[in-house]
Ligand binder design. Structure first.
Ligand code: MN
Length: 412
């Protein structure tokens, strides 16, 4: 796709002359016996190529006489094809990436040596995300000894900075993921009733995703009653009793672009007065944050707005006595926003860095009150625009009156 080609040129424009860039798609990791973990492509590699396949290498050279862009793929293995299917072909890799030169991996070592010598290359740029398991960049350096003589430079942060600003195509992909997530949530609402199991609701969400042939962005949280006070509860195996609420944190991924949505519903369709009171506080915090989003504001400032809202409101509803930041922390103990994109907790926006037009972030205040067995989180996905923000997930049911009406109509 033209998108990936454009991103490669933008990246090459930022690096020094006489440089080689090497990126790996990642490799399959063994799970047990003859089984591997599902493959998850290196997102920086995918961003630059559109190729979603294990053991593929992108090689680029910036050299004023001649730039080079090549993809290296596995040679077809006829026996493996009978067991697990074909690996990517040269034609397919070329179509997806718009890279004309697709070669086999057994030529890579020789070609690197030739390029380093013939072009007098000085720098090697590697994607060295500091992750113990995935030292993909370092592994490449170890493999090709000729690269050790070159000056090592980091390309990880250059790419993640680019990824933080979304293009039209990327915004569309995230919107698509959100719209599928919306449909999945409605499927759950249609069957939601007292006595249902968390995993049963989760299955209805998954059904929508399977129907649309997409995957989840991350492991679904479906937490009824007091389980909702555990931020990353994923057992999802308990029954939800009458008058309890159920908290969902979930999302579909479309072409690896993620939706990340949280909603909390009363299982029987009617908020108790106390549930309503707490829900309104969380919703108010979310609205205050969304209203403040514009270029220049930082994630740290958005967090302050959330805590400030809670400081006043939690005292008003009798949850805390002293309206101090410390007392708020007992009921709210995570950040309100993170970057969203090819990763659910996406890269490229630091806490104290001014937001820019084209950033997409989540807004997800919550309150977790163990002694009342109530956990509420409301999360939407928001695009930063030139003069403010657009809530990309504003079609997903959220207001108390809409939720109660949805259930009322269901019963008729
Ligand atoms: Mn989130």
């Amino acid at each position: 796709m033209i998108f990936h080609k454009k991103k490669r040129s933008e990246l090459l424009a930022q690096i020094e002359d006489k440089s080689i860039v090497l990126l790996s798609s990642g490799t399959l990791i063994k799970k047990s016996a003859d089984e591997n973990y599902p493959f998850s492509v290196n997102r920086n590699f995918y961003y630059l190529t559109g190729v979603d396949e294990a053991d593929v290498i992108l090689l680029m050279i910036k050299n004023k006489e001649q730039n080079v862009q090549e993809l290296y793929i596995k040679k077809p293995d006829l026996m493996m094809e009978k067991w697990v299917g074909k690996t990517i072909s040269k034609e397919e890799a070329k179509t997806r990436s718009m890279i004309d030169n697709v070669l086999y991996l057994d030529e890579l070592s020789h070609n690197i040596e030739e390029y380093v010598k013939n072009y007098g290359l000085k720098n090697v740029y590697i994607d060295d995300e500091s992750n113990e398991l995935f030292r993909l960049g370092q592994n490449l350096l170890k493999k090709f000894s000729v690269l050790k003589r070159l000056h090592q430079a980091d390309i990880y942060h250059m790419i993640t900075k680019m990824r933080a600003i979304k293009t039209e195509e990327e915004i569309e992909a995230i919107k698509k993921a959100i719209s599928i997530t919306d449909k999945g949530i409605n499927r759950m609402l249609d069957v939601m009733q007292t006595g249902i199991y968390e995993n049963e609701l989760e299955a209805y969400f998954d059904h929508e995703l399977k129907d649309q042939n997409v995957k989840r962005a991350f492991t679904t949280i479906a937490a009824g009653g007091n389980r909702a006070t555990v931020l990353h509860y994923i057992d999802n195996d308990q029954v939800i009793n009458d008058n309890e609420m159920v908290l969902f944190d979930l999302g579909a991924a479309y072409k690896h672009y993620c939706a990340d949505i949280s909603r909390t519903f009363p299982i029987n369709g009617v908020f108790t007065p106390r549930q309503k009171e707490i829900y309104e506080v969380v919703l108010l915090a979310q609205k205050n944050v969304i209203a403040a989003i514009k270029p220049g504001v930082t994630l740290a400032q958005l967090q302050d707005i959330t805590v400030e809202t809670y400081r006043k409101e939690l005292k008003r509803i009798g949850l805390i006595e002293a309206d101090s930041i410390e007392s708020v922390r007992k009921y709210y103990y995570h950040g309100v926003s993170h970057s969203l994109g090819l990763d659910t907790h996406d890269v490229g926006i630091d806490r104290d860095e001014p937001l820019r037009s084209g950033n997409i972030i989540t807004v997800e205040p919550g309150l977790y009150i163990e002694e009342e067995q109530i956990g509420i989180r409301i999360e939407d996905d928001v695009l930063v625009t030139d003069d403010g923000a657009t809530v990309l997930s504003d079609m997903i049911i959220k207001e108390i009156i809409d939720i109660e009406n949805y259930f009322r109509k269901k019963k008729v």
